[in-house]
Design a protein around this ligand. Structure first.
Ligand SMILES: O=C([C@H](O)CO)[C@H](O)[C@H](O)COP(=O)(O)O
Length: 210
């Protein structure tokens, strides 16, 4: 099981400061959608240059032009790029083909997918690397989480790795880990902690024990 740190509410300088604090505890650093909206793919490039040993995920949440957008993110240094599960199969296949060419991987974000089990089977068959259940900020604000969704996709996904994101914190990490995802994604649970290093260390300990 691996740990991904999601950086959403920072600029490039802030992103590098947070990663410098917790780099030893994480496997992947996510440049979140809000950061890419504000800073562009320069943020991916800057963090990859500063931390060449970490895999950088570009949370583009691609909905169209899969091949082109994956190419641009990979050129900036992304090792993983996110595509929406609600995107067309052609978009996801194009993204997978380009990722293979670039030596990158594709994570499909199942945010707002209604027919979760059926769509997870379909995107699994398209050859994606990760399928991620995700309670976005707006769902979190309404008190929702994705723990049950993780069990649903684990029951049907055969080839891809499974991942979970959205509001995971120290007080919920044990429950998440016990459901057995391959990748746990934590943003505010680390970046919003009083002691980010301690929170990352504790979360990593539980993730590694699994
Ligand atoms: O993808 C995310 C969200 O849609 C904003 O872009 C977050 O990175 C993801 O939810 C993880 O962050 P936390 O919910 O703060 O753990």
């Amino acid at each position: 099981m691996e740990l991904q740190l999601a950086l959403d509410l920072v600029d490039i300088t802030g992103a590098k400061e947070v990663v410098a604090e917790v780099a030893e505890y994480i496997d992947i650093v996510e440049i979140g959608t809000p950061v890419i909206i504000n800073e562009g793919l320069h943020a991916v490039k800057a963090v990859k240059e500063a931390f060449p040993n970490l895999t950088v995920l570009a949370d583009l949440k691609v909905m169209d032009a899969g091949g082109y957008e994956v190419m641009k993110a990979a050129e900036a240094g992304a090792g993983i790029v996110t595509i929406l599960g609600v995107a067309d199969d052609l978009t996801i296949s194009g993204a997978v083909a380009e990722a293979k060419k670039q030596g990158a991987r594709i994570l499909v974000d199942m945010i707002n997918v209604k027919n979760l089990a059926e769509r997870a089977k379909e995107v699994d068959a398209l050859g994606v690397d990760f399928i991620c259940v995700h309670s976005g900020y707006d769902h979190q604000a309404a008190g929702m989480n994705s723990f049950e969704d993780l069990r649903t996709i684990k029951g049907v996904v055969k080839q891809a790795k499974t991942a979970i994101a959205g509001g995971i914190k120290l007080d919920t990490i044990a429950e998440v880990v016990s459901a057995g995802p391959d990748l746990v994604i934590v943003g505010g649970g680390i970046t919003g902690a009083d002691d980010r290093k301690a929170a990352a260390a504790e979360i990593q300990k539980l993730v590694r024990q699994a």
